[in-house]
Design a protein around this ligand. Structure first.
Ligand code: TXA
Ligand code: MG
Length: 326
């Protein structure tokens, strides 16, 4: 496939079509926010239900501000410190934001991605681009243009931008005022941890409590997501295939000949970067099952995003005392 020029990319989007764009996290399936046709095509191409809101990508704080009626000091400090970068900020939407984008909610997710090509494209587009990850709904997100091709075939044009460096989706954070006190709630963990956001806000002299949302209050945060083509089973840290084989086969009522036993890289940045590529590789390379070990030392905040994805991508988990959890 020939590389797409930015002019052609722009034309595709402004004509109401979808286009896969590179970001530092994962590839997005973009549609122009002012084209209802383009927005509808995002949902139909992904087979995504309309209850799952899209996030809007912009290349500047100025553009973000136009899409919200409540850009608070907290939004300002976080955007200034983290953008362009893997942080999506939820803010009350302005009337410029189509209800299809927000699934009828009164808030919108705003993100300035850190990828030079996409930033250049965004700078040439009025408003912004709505873009969920460029995969079929519920499946593993793409971190290369080849993955996008595997998901949609030639039906979707791709702006080639190399492999994504972060590898898992952005941190999604909302800002709330509770009893006169600002609070930041993380709906989806990612590269920017609660601790990091807390630090940024404190440095700016703001007293804000940053926490992870307990329950998946964000629409679209379903129990199962990011699922690979073959079953993924989380097993205890020191378990071996022979020690878990019988339990897994009787639970899944199937036999497995070629399990992939993946030891997560020790560095969480590497683990995140490799995660989705690995999940795809295993099924492509003829494995019929993926085993990942729950590592008790991997509970630090830097691992939160990775385990959040694995917990949603898993078929089942076998605990230390050999109980099953879904
Ligand atoms: O890194 C990323 O964020 C990637 C790249 C392409 O930018 N995009 C991405 O989009 O992961 P998506 O649609 O797969 O996930 C965005 C999530 C939604 O599933 C939803 O849970 C949350 O962001 N979200 C969007 N709008 C929201 C809102 N108004 N309130 C709460 N959560 C929202
Ligand atoms: Mg997604």
């Amino acid at each position: 496939m020939a590389n797409l020029s930015l002019n052609k990319a722009k034309e595709i989007l402004l004509n109401g079509n979808v286009l896969a764009i590179p970001t530092e996290t994962v590839y997005g399936l973009a549609g122009w926010i002012y084209s209802e046709e383009g927005l509808k095509k995002i949902f139909s191409t992904k087979e995504r239900p309309f209850f799952d809101p899209l996030i809007v990508h912009i290349d500047s704080i100025e553009k973000a501000k136009k899409l919200t009626t409540h850009w608070t000091e907290v939004h300002g400090v976080l955007a200034k410190a983290c953008w362009p970068g893997p942080l999506t900020l939820i803010a009350k939407k302005s009337e410029l934001v189509h209800p299809l984008i927000t699934s009828g909610l009164d808030s919108v997710g705003l993100r300035c991605p850190n990828h030079p090509l996409t930033l250049e494209l965004l700078s040439q587009i009025e408003g912004g681009l709505a873009a969920p990850s460029a995969n079929k709904f519920g499946k593993t997100s793409p971190t290369t243009s080849k993955h996008v091709l595997q998901e949609f075939g030639e039906a979707v044009e791709v702006l080639e931008g190399g492999a994504c460096e972060v590898g898992i989706e952005s941190t999604v954070a909302g800002v709330e005022l509770m009893n006169g006190q600002w609070k930041v709630l993380i709906f989806r963990p990612g590269y920017f941890s609660a601790q990091k956001l807390q630090q940024i806000l404190n440095m700016a002299g703001l007293v804000v409590d940053v926490q992870y949302a307990e329950s998946p209050v964000a629409p679209g945060q379903l129990k199962h997501h990011y699922m690979p083509q073959i079953p993924l089973i989380i097993i205890p840290e020191n378990a071996t295939w022979s020690s878990v084989k019988e339990s897994i086969e009787s639970k899944l009522k199937s036999t497995f000949q070629n399990p992939a036993d993946w030891i997560l890289p020790q560095d969480p940045l590497w683990a995140a970067r490799e995660l989705y590529q690995k999940l795809r590789d295993f099924s492509e390379h003829g494995h019929d099952l993926i085993l990942i070990h729950r590592n008790s030392s991997e509970i630090s905040e830097e691992w939160k995003g990775i385990w959040n994805r694995l917990d949603k991508a898993k078929t089942l988990e076998l605990t230390d005392n050999f109980n099953w959890v879904e």
